[in-house]
Structure formats: structure tokens, C-alpha cells
Design a protein around this ligand. Structure first.
Ligand code: AMP
Length: 117
């Protein structure tokens, strides 16, 4: 693992910071957001350290597809797949990114609005 990564998610991946894990496999983990903005708010993060969407390479294509597939499995498992949900990846300042380790938000359990704030 490349993590001596300083982000909070790097520390979660190393086991230095606890989380409420809902999924783990060889490529990613998913855990409940500590400050949920929806009744269901889960983060899916790759084990590989990638700071932002801008840092993705072509070699990461299948990894990103895997993160989305995992999100769908979690939504189904937790029972909100049919009602629907929103997947979000924030990038850099204008995207509102706070943690610079790539992550996919799964937001569910309420009606989402459009446009987002
Ligand atoms: P973003 O603004 O897209 O970078 O989202 C970062 C998310 O990480 C926010 O929704 C935070 O609430 C969440 N977060 C930060 N620290 C933790 C933590 N220790 N455990 C779970 N979620 C966290």
C-alpha cells in the first residue's frame, strides 16, 4: 500500500482511524459518512491513493467502474436502490472537495434536488 498518505481516508485505510465499514474488497472500501447530509450517506473509496478525479489515468478506468458497481450493490443491500439515490464525486475547490483521496458519495433515503447547491 502506498499509504503513508496524510489524508483522513488514508488513515482509515491503514486502520489508524476507525470507521463504520459497509463494504470491503481488494480494490475499495465503503463506510458511513461521519457527517451525513442524507439519511443514507456512504463513501466508497479506492485503496489506491488518487487525490482527485483530475489525477485519474486510463489505467484507472476499471477501478472507477468498480466503485460505481459497488455503490449499486450497497444501495441494493441497504434497500434504497429502487427509490433511487445520487452518486457524487467532488473535485477540487469549486467541486467542494475537502478530502483529497478520491471518493464516491452515495446519497439516499430522501428526495434529492436539482440543481445541487
Ligand atoms: P468531500 O467534500 O467530497 O471531500 O467529502 C468528504 C466527506 O468525508 C465529507 O462528507 C465528510 O463528512 C467525510 N468524512 C470526513 N472525515 C470522515 C471520517 N473520519 N469518517 C467518515 N467520513 C468522514
Amino acid at each position: 500500500m502506498t499509504e503513508k498518505e496524510e489524508t483522513i481516508f488514508g488513515k482509515i485505510l491503514c486502520g489508524d482511524v476507525p470507521c463504520e465499514k459497509v463494504w470491503q474488497d481488494d480494490r475499495c472500501i465503503a463506510f458511513r459518512d461521519i457527517a451525513p447530509v442524507a439519511p443514507r450517506h456512504i463513501l466508497v473509496i479506492p485503496r489506491k491513493y488518487i487525490p482527485t478525479v483530475n489525477d485519474l489515468t486510463e489505467a484507472d478506468e476499471s477501478l472507477v467502474g468498480h466503485l460505481i458497481w459497488v455503490a449499486a450493490q450497497i444501495a441494493r443491500r441497504e434497500g434504497f436502490a429502487d427509490d433511487g439515490y445520487r452518486l457524487v464525486m467532488n473535485c477540487n475547490k469549486h467541486g467542494g472537495q475537502a478530502v483529497y483521496h478520491l471518493h464516491l458519495h452515495i446519497l439516499g433515503g430522501r428526495q434529492m434536488e436539482w440543481p445541487p447547491g
